[in-house]
Each structure stands twice: as C-alpha cells, then as structure tokens.
Design a binder for this molecule. Structure first.
Ligand code: 2U9
Length: 344
C-alpha cells in the first residue's frame, strides 16, 4: 500500500507540474483528492489494517494528501501570476500620448463683481449681513418710511405672496432687521448683498430679479462727508484711481437728504463718449443720510445718532466695467458668455 501511495504521489506531482490551465489543475484535484479519488479510497480502507499499521499508514496518507494539495495551490498561484503578467504585457500604456484637457468652470462675472465689492467694503471695516428673500410688508416697506399709501407699494410693482408677505424689492429690510436687533446700541457698519425682485418686463436693462448691494453706517456723528469718503474710495477701487465722483440731489423715502452719485467716465475721462452719453459722467449708485423716521422705527434715537446708507446694482457695475450690453446675459447662463470671464 505504501508503494501504491508513493506512486500516486509521483503521478499527481508530475501531472501538476505539466498542467498549464486552471481547468487541468481542477481536474487533477478531483482525480486525486476528490471523494471518489484513490487517496480517499485508501483512507476508507484503513479500517482493515492492523492496529499497529493503521497510525503509520494514516500519517503517510496525510503527508501525501498535504503534499499534493500544497503543490496544487502553488500551481494555482503560479498560473494566476502568469495570467496577470500576460495581461500587463498586453495592456501597456502609451505615456507619450497627450492628455485630454480637463474643462474647468469659472466664477460667474456677477459673482466676481459682488465679491470684489464685498472685499472692498470688508477692507473698510464693514461686515456682511444677509437675510430672507421672502419678506414681510413691515420690513420691506413700513420700517423704511414707506407707509401704506406710498406709490412704491403698488401691488403692480411687487411680487406679493400674501397680503402681508412679498419677495423683497430691495435688500433694505435686512438693514432694518439688523438695527432692530441691536436695541439702539450702535455702531452699525454693514453691507447687504442679495437677490431682489420687481415686477418688471425683462429687457436689455431690466430684470424681474436682480442683485443689490446696500450699505449702512449708523453711529454718533456719522456725516454726509463720511458717505462721500466711503463712496469716493469705492469708485477709485472699482473704476481706477483717476476717478472723480459727484453727488447730485435726489429723493428716496428712506434717506434725507438723498443723493445720486456719478463717476467721471472711465472710457473718455470726461470728454464725452457713448458710454456716458456725452456728459462725461456715469450714474453708479444712490444714497443719503438715513431718515430720522427709519432710525426711530428700528429702535435708534435720531437725536443721538445719525447714519448714511447707499445702494447699488452690481449688474450695472459689471455691465459698465466689462462692457456688457444686456442684463439678460447674466441670467441666461450661456457658457460662451460666462467663459469670457475666466481668469483662473
Ligand atoms: C435703511 C435705510 C436706508 C438704501 C439706499 C439707495 C439709496 C439706492 C438703488 C440703487 C440701484 C437700488 O439697485 S438699485 O436700483 N438704491 O439708490 N438705496 S439709499 O437706503 C437705506 C437702506 C436701509 C434702513
């Protein structure tokens, strides 16, 4: 029996050696170690051996089974390794091929202008405040000195949601909310960027939704000259150091006195061109000293503190700065338009 076992072992190892596929290895495993294979058969017949021979033969059977099994495993590993190497040889990568360029997006021109304006005011010590786009009638109008019968409250001009709520028509409600929270304790120095909504028919210069950036500074001895200095600084940083500003009298319900600010034309330097319509000046924003009623309604004492406020439309600033001729370009998101502002 010992001899038969040795022969079986040699046969099996020689077949494993010659095997060149997983299928052959599997067939050899079944043939020699399977339930119906000779080794199992010999194991089963061991009961007939004498008590002396049984353990010796048992050990030998185990040794041979382990030897065949180890060889089978080594063969499997070898075949797997060879298959991987074969595949790697076939799948060589041509590293000399030029790569495909990755398409990267860029900031929207309006985002760029808004961030530029924000940075500029942050640099002057202002903080950024943001608030809800769905506002109450109180914060959008009443708290800003626009009483119930004011023409700007016409249902035709605003997107009302209920009788008491609407899409904000300016970012000013956020200034009123900020002041109210401070319980009359200044100073206040904020800018409020955000989306606003008006019932306009869209055309080259109008959009039913647009952006605003408003600023507010309230404290003791805040004067019109402070507003002038802040706006002068803004104009120079946005449109060049040579810019001059001029303030013209105007009217807003929430400021008194109110002004409109022009900058000297950055195209013709004041000589007259199509951008400034021959006047040498370009209107940029509005502002003024906060109306005492507005201060009072938000919990500040107009006898003790004063404030200035201003507001601008970033679309207009961006249109002037980059020579964009239609406000709708900002909102139709044609990538050919947006890509032109890629400075990344
Ligand atoms: C409070 C008090 C006063 C904000 C102001 C303007 C003048 C203004 C327009 C410019 C272009 C809006 O986008 S635009 O059409 N805005 O001219 N805004 S004063 O005054 C305030 C705001 C809040 C509590």
């Amino acid at each position: 029996m010992q001899e038969r076992l040795q022969t079986l072992k040699e046969e099996a190892l020689s077949q494993i050696e010659k095997a060149s596929s997983m299928k052959e290895v599997q067939d050899i495993r079944v043939a020699y170690l399977g339930k119906k294979g000779p080794i199992t058969e010999i194991s089963k017949g061991m009961g007939k051996l004498s008590a002396e021979e049984r353990p010796k033969m048992g050990q030998l059977v185990n040794e041979i089974r382990t030897a065949i099994s180890d060889q089978l495993e080594a063969k499997v590993n070898g075949l797997e390794k060879a298959a991987v190497e074969e595949r790697l040889k076939k799948e060589t990568i041509d590293i000399s091929l030029p790569g495909r360029p990755i398409k990267r997006g860029n900031h929207h021109p309006l985002t760029r202008v808004i961030e530029e304006i924000e940075d500029l005011f942050l640099g002057m010590g202002f903080s950024i405040a943001e608030g809800p786009e769905v506002e109450t009638d109180y914060y959008n109008f009443e708290a800003l000195n626009l009483p119930k019968d004011h023409p700007a409250r016409d249902m035709q001009d605003s997107f009302y949601i209920t009788e008491e709520t609407l899409l904000r028509t300016h970012t000013s409600p956020m200034q009123a909310r900020t002041m109210e929270k401070l319980n009359g304790e200044g100073p206040v120095k904020i800018i409020v960027p955000g989306k606003v909504y008006r019932r306009d028919t869209d055309d080259a210069t109008h959009s039913h939704q647009f952006m605003q950036i408003e600023g507010l500074m309230v404290g003791e001895n805040v004067r019109m000259s402070d507003l002038k200095g802040v706006l002068q600084s803004f104009a120079k940083k946005m449109f060049g150091d040579e810019r001059e500003i001029r303030l013209r009298p105007s009217f807003f319900p929430f400021t008194e006195p109110s002004v409109e600010m022009d900058i000297s034309c950055f195209i013709c330097s004041g000589n007259g061109c199509s951008v400034c319509k021959g006047t040498g000046w370009i209107e940029i924003l509005g502002g003024g000293m906060v109306h005492p009623n507005v201060l009072r309604m938000s919990g500040f004492d107009p006898e003790k503190v004063t404030g200035f406020a201003f507001g601008m439309g970033p679309e207009r600033i961006a249109m002037l700065k980059y020579g964009i001729d239609d406000i709708r370009h900002f909102y139709t998101n044609d990538s050919r338009f947006i890509k032109q502002f890629n400075t990344l």
